[in-house]
Design a protein around this ligand. Structure first.
Ligand SMILES: [Zn+2]
Length: 153
């Protein structure tokens, strides 16, 4: 018969760090079973796992499939949010606290350079972030970047 399990006794268990079934010293017990154990090989203390995690793969696979399917969505949403936040920060740095005289009134007949501040009747204050070509510029407004015409007569 096996030795009764007790605190400071030894038990076989899965070491989460060594990733092996190893001899562990019982640190605490719960409901007659080892709770926390100390790995005698790497000296890390962790919850007692009687079996390698791989033995539960069959029952866990539906959940991990779900996680995989959900992860890219969550990731891309986070990326979009932070990209929007970065744009707004760029916009705020370029336009807030500037002298109103620094803004050029936007007109399709105007000619703009990168970095120019523009005041648009409908979209408000913006900054020219890109000269697309002689007829088109990209302007970052508070809400979103917009492509506007320039040099049109
Ligand atoms: Zn270990």
């Amino acid at each position: 018969m096996a030795k009764p399990l007790r605190v400071a006794g030894e038990v076989d268990g899965w070491c989460t760090r060594c990733r092996l079934l190893l001899n562990h010293r019982i640190v605490s017990m719960k409901s007659g079973k080892p709770h926390q154990v100390e790995c005698l090989t790497c000296r890390s203390t962790h919850l007692w796992r009687p079996k390698p995690p791989g033995e539960k793969v069959a029952s866990e696979s539906p959940r991990s499939t779900e996680r995989r399917a959900g992860a890219p969505q969550a990731g891309s949403r986070t990326t979009r949010v932070s990209a929007a936040a970065r744009l707004e920060e760029t916009w705020a740095k370029a336009t807030l606290g500037r002298d109103p005289r620094d803004f050029k009134a936007y007109s399709v007949a105007g000619n703009f350079d990168e970095g120019d501040l523009v005041r648009h009747k409908k979209f408000g204050d913006g900054v020219v972030t890109r000269i697309i070509d002689a007829k088109k510029i990209e302007v970052l407004f508070r809400d979103e970047p917009k492509t506007l015409a320039q040099g049109t007569t």
